[in-house]
Design a protein around this ligand. Structure first.
Ligand code: GLV
Length: 337
């Protein structure tokens, strides 16, 4: 971790020709690699996100910016950057923090980090499924509280994952498929709903069904859709009510995909047995109601937080910037739909 007390660090300040603002400290490995890119000057921020005022001030006159999902990249940002800005590289596969229309108006290329975090995100999803089903967090807290206990046949009984439980995946993209692979290895039946796949069974053994059938059938529903106007609050009171009684919900996508108030009501009524949430509606604020329910497991948006994965994400963002500033095609551009 960088221990500098300056508000920024300059890496490789030798005869800079292209100036890149990096809004957050990247991983150590990739930060060290910045020094080898001659002809580029990288001004790197701190571990914590910059304030809005700092972000707008620092990006002024840059050729490129590397940002994360904590930075809102909008008309005001592009206006503050000015006409020199060619590319904004998001260190995330999701890009709901970026106004693509504003980027297009300013002629700025936007890139994200698809493909390098599928395994890590699916691992985390599956860790949450196991934690929920087998009540790992509840049981861990129970022992940490120093309670008296003796083994009993009714103690912390949960879902038999590998005895015919059905996983329902909403959004069968790269991450959804990686989650399906893990579920199949645990002998789960895997069904998915995704408008881009025809109904039937995929080569990976995933049965594509309608969303209604998925919600009515799955013991565990996991969400892997991007946050778009069409997916905002996809899981609201109506869709949660369509879920099989006693089922679980897992969200490692974006907080805005779930109506948290409706989710809490579904847990309190006993309709759902539990939920695991990695991303929150008002992130980084976490609704305290979520924290007071033992059936809800929470993690702080860490689904892709594997060491090598985070290096790959940061490196891909840097490589996208280098490509665009060198006049080459970006590796992973985000295309406005
Ligand atoms: C993380 O949430 C990402 O979109 O990569």
């Amino acid at each position: 971790m960088n221990t500098s007390t300056d508000s920024t660090n300059t890496v490789n300040a030798v005869k800079p020709t292209k100036s890149v603002y990096v809004a957050r400290l990247l991983t150590d490995t990739v930060t060290h690699e910045l020094g080898s890119h001659t002809g580029f000057s990288f001004e790197v921020g701190q571990e914590a996100p910059p304030s809005r005022a700092e972000l707008l001030e620092r990006v002024a006159g840059r050729d490129a910016a590397i940002v994360t999902l904590t930075e809102r990249i909008d008309e005001e940002f592009f206006a503050a950057a000015g006409p020199s800005l060619k590319v904004v590289a998001n260190v995330a596969v999701g890009f709901d923090n970026i106004d693509l229309d504003a980027a297009a108006r300013h002629g700025v290329v936007i890139t994200n980090t698809p493909g390098v975090l599928d395994g890590a995100t699916a691992d985390h999803t599956f860790a949450l499924i196991l934690a929920l089903g087998r009540r790992i967090v509840e049981a861990d807290r129970f022992l940490h509280e120093g309670r008296d206990w003796v083994w009993g046949p009714r103690m912390f009984v949960g879902l038999d994952i590998s005895a015919g439980a059905t996983l329902g995946i909403i959004g069968l993209g790269r991450i959804g498929l990686a989650a399906a692979k893990r579920a199949r290895a645990f002998d789960m039946r895997v069904i998915a709903s995704d408008a881009t796949h025809p109904l039937g069974t995929t080569a990976e053994g995933v049965e594509i069904v309608s969303q209604e059938e998925l919600l009515a059938t799955a013991d565990v529903v996991t969400l892997h859709v991007p946050l778009l106007p069409s997916t905002r609050r996809l899981m609201g009171a109506d869709t949660l009510a369509q879920m099989k009684p006693g089922a679980y919900l897992v969200n490692c996508a974006r907080g805005g995909v779930v109506d948290e108030t409706a989710l809490i009501a579904a847990i309190d009524s006993g309709h759902l047995r539990g939920a695991a949430i990695d991303t929150f509606e008002g992130e980084p604020h976490v609704n305290p109601e979520l924290l007071s329910r033992p059936q809800i497991v929470v993690t702080p948006h860490t689904a892709s937080a594997g060491e090598a994965t985070r290096d790959r994400m940061c490196r891909l963002a840097v490589d996208n910037v280098l490509a665009v500033l060198d006049g080459r095609e970006p590796l992973t551009p985000v295309k406005a739909s």
